[in-house]
Design a protein around this ligand. Structure first.
Ligand code: PLP
Length: 391
């Protein structure tokens, strides 16, 4: 059975070119980049070349790119350092953030007494920027705004430039978790006055354990991990040379093929929406995920029957997909994001599924998903249960 991978927002397969580039580094460039001899300096040059490529992509200075181990570390470093080193007393955020932001913000509330203000999204999952402006006007406390660029579950996209301009106008710092958009779309930080952003290589066919934080030079952020001068003293520890080179190669390929890949993925997503709508009566799509304005890699589906085992059933048919829920104590519990966006009836009687695509996804794979879902849906039809979508 050929397996089908439709969980690309969780992680993506490594590109062959990325593997080759990393293997070369592992075999040849094993020097410590902090060493002054030629082995060290060759490794250092590799890192600095990637830093320059990342900076060119974002239209920023290479000194504003700090390599880290992942998106989670980048977001932790930015938020915690803002509180510890920049005297942030208030954080404005939303209940839709990834856990690595949400829990870090809560940690800052508990341990550092930071005030936290949540901007509630509308039922489509959008953040009202007028409410952000009101919240900014309502207090003189030194504020950090942290709002993700694209939501990893429902794909809603924030107007990052407008948000950055509002924050700047009101003297607040602005961090955006850009993990789902980096390398998937153009990002011009010369034009968008965001202070901090984050990236994770494994979301665009690069390796796990490699990411970076964008830290605007003027911000004054300091290191969270100390003990060495690496990364301009903003992140101590011997660099993951192989991972950084893998990130660089994956970014290079993403930029080179961005138009082609995004065009293909958008057509696959449109096809998926059409096929599901045709074949599964009563299907809905969560947030703005079915619309053209959303993140093109993510589609969040709401199936009109309750099946907590759906992820397992699809997996048994060779289809890997995220259920959009976290299982606790054997009971499928909807994620925080879906709890915010779905009504009680939807939460009680339907099943969310996050389908996420890459340039490798084919229409045949979508057909196989639709066939599998139709088979599963049969168990919940009126004839089979005498009560439609009862379970
Ligand atoms: N932020 C968002 C929006 C994500 O989707 C993820 C990963 O799922 C992360 C942060 C965490 O990234 P990493 O897996 O590199 O720690």
């Amino acid at each position: 059975m050929d397996k089908i991978y439709l969980d690309n927002a969780a992680t993506t397969p490594l590109s062959a070119e990325v593997i080759d580039a990393m293997v070369d580094v592992m075999k040849v460039n094993y020097g410590n980049p902090s060493s002054t001899h030629s082995f060290g300096q060759e490794a250092k040059i590799l890192i600095e070349n990637v830093r320059r490529s990342v900076a060119d992509y974002l239209k920023v200075s290479p000194s504003e790119i700090i390599f880290t181990s992942c998106g989670t570390e980048s977001n932790n470093m930015i938020i915690k350092s803002c509180v510890e080193h920049l005297n942030i007393e208030r954080i404005i955020t939303s209940p839709l953030e990834h856990k690595c932001v949400a829990e870090t913000v809560l940690d800052m509330k508990k341990r550092r007494g930071v005030e936290v203000v949540y901007l509630r999204p509308n039922p489509e999952g959008d953040i009202d920027l007028d409410k952000l402006e009101e919240a900014l006007k309502s207090s003189d406390k030194k504020t950090l705004v942290t709002l993700m660029h694209a939501n990893n579950e429902v794909g809603n996209i924030l107007d990052i430039k407008k948000t950055a301009l509002i924050c700047k106008e009101h003297g607040a710092l602005f961090h955006s978790d850009t993990v789902q958009t980096m390398a998937h779309m153009e990002l011009d930080f010369a034009d968008i006055p965001v202070d901090f952003a984050s990236c994770s290589a494994h979301k665009f066919h690069g390796p796990k354990g490699s990411g970076f934080a964008f830290v605007r030079k003027s911000s004054g952020l300091k290191a969270l991990i100390t003990g060495g001068p690496q990364e301009r003293s903003l992140r101590a520890g011997t660099e993951n040379v192989c991972g950084i080179v893998g990130l660089g190669k994956a970014l290079e390929l993403s930029i080179l093929h961005m138009t082609e890949y995004s065009g293909h993925i958008k057509s696959i997503k449109k096809y998926c929406v059409e096929r599901l709508t045709e074949e599964i009566s009563g299907v809905k799509f969560n947030g703005r995920s079915a619309g053209e304005e959303s993140l093109y890699t993510v589609l969040n589906v709401l199936l009109p029957f309750k099946d907590p085992m759906i992820g397992l059933k699809l997996d048994m048919r060779g289809i890997a997909i995220s259920q959009g829920s976290a299982c606790s104590s054997g009971a499928a519990k909807p994620s925080m994001v879906l709890m915010m966006l779905l009504n009680e009836d939807e939460l009680e009687n339907s099943t969310p599924l996050r389908v996420s695509f890459s340039h490798l996804t084919t229409k045949n794979e979508i057909d196989a998903l639709v066939t599998a879902l139709k088979e599963i849906a049969k168990d919940f039809t009126i004839e089979n249960t005498n009560s439609a979508y009862r379970q």
